[in-house]
Design a protein around this ligand. Structure first.
Ligand code: NAD
Length: 270
């Protein structure tokens, strides 16, 4: 008999997953966790193609599952649909869809560029809809689907200067609920993960930039600027996001649907 750890590690054996925006950060952490749990994975995102290839091959070798890469630009609804269709053709189906790709722009409303608003809504919200629409029919027919939308604490509460991001992420939480209701009788679940600050290369860069801008130490930036709203004063990790996504993808999470799960060190408990 397998011990509990081994069972958990293999709980997604035979599944096929797409993780959008998985060439770095949270998406890559989730892709790694799904592959370690036995699921084939299609990576997606922008970046240096040599580096993407190295990541893909390393993940495949480390986990023994099939790992592919699809370069779809999710700003384009047609390419988003095609990402799902190509995966269905290549792997036979899509069992797990992780909508993670996202961008940010910070500016007061009166100065917020319209093109930034449109881009953030297109990638952070509309692409989630287009990918879900493309994958939903097959999932319902096969009576298995796991849709995981990486929203944000900003899907639940607001901060100033992030109008497009907060609007898009609140939209993702709403879309997640509708998806959950429509999928419920078909064993297709939909949940939103709502991280606070997560330790990614993007955040690392912000620390140095802010330290220079305010002429304060890295420690002060972390505690008093970045994590000012995060009561545990700790960044979450991409491994934590991966572990939650792997669990939500499993059979054991069949009754968890329509939720927006904060992973924010207590931020949204305020
Ligand atoms: P990241 O910049 O490291 O990763 C973003 C990914 O999206 C990359 O793989 C990038 O190539 C991809 N991407 C960007 N534009 C794309 C496009 N047009 N088409 C396809 N892929 C595209 O960022 P991250 O911090 O890992 O963020 C991932 C998700 O988590 C985002 O939705 C973000 O809003 C959310 N999030 C992040 C944090 C955090 O603290 N890092 C907190 C809450 C929510």
């Amino acid at each position: 008999m397998l011990d509990t750890n081994t069972k958990m590690q293999r709980m997604l054996a035979g599944k096929v997953a797409i993780v959008t925006g998985s060439t770095s950060g949270i998406g890559l952490g989730i892709a790694r966790a799904l592959a370690e749990a036995g699921s084939a994975v299609v990576l997606n995102g922008l970046g240096d193609m040599d580096e993407v290839k190295r990541t893909r091959v390393a993940l495949e070798q480390a986990t023994g599952v099939r790992v592919a890469y699809d370069a779809a630009n999710l700003m384009d609804p047609g390419e988003t649909t095609a990402l799902v269709q190509r995966t269905e053709k290549q792997f036979g189906r899509v069992d797990i869809l992780v909508n993670n790709a996202g961008i940010q722009h910070v500016s007061p409303i009166e100065e917020f560029p319209a093109e930034k608003w449109n881009a953030i809504l297109a990638l952070n919200l509309s692409a989630v809809f287009h990918a879900t629409k493309a994958a939903f029919k097959g999932m319902k027919e096969r009576k298995f689907g796991r849709i995981i939308n990486v929203a944000s604490a900003h899907g639940l509460v607001a901060s100033p200067f992030k109008s497009a991001y907060v609007a898009a992420k609140h939209g993702v939480v709403g879309l997640t609920k509708v998806t959950a209701l429509e999928g419920a009788e078909f064993n297709v679940t939909a949940n939103a993960i709502c991280p606070g600050y997560v330790w990614t290369p993007l955040v690392e860069k912000q620390i140095d930039d802010q330290a220079k801008a305010h002429n304060i130490s890295r420690e002060k930036v972390i505690r008093d600027v970045l994590l000012v709203n995060q009561p545990n004063k700790k960044f979450a990790t991409v491994e934590e996001m991966g572990a939650l996504a792997a669990f939500l993808s499993s059979d054991l999470a069949a009754s968890i649907t329509g939720t927006a799960l904060p992973v924010d060190g207590g931020w949204t408990a305020h």
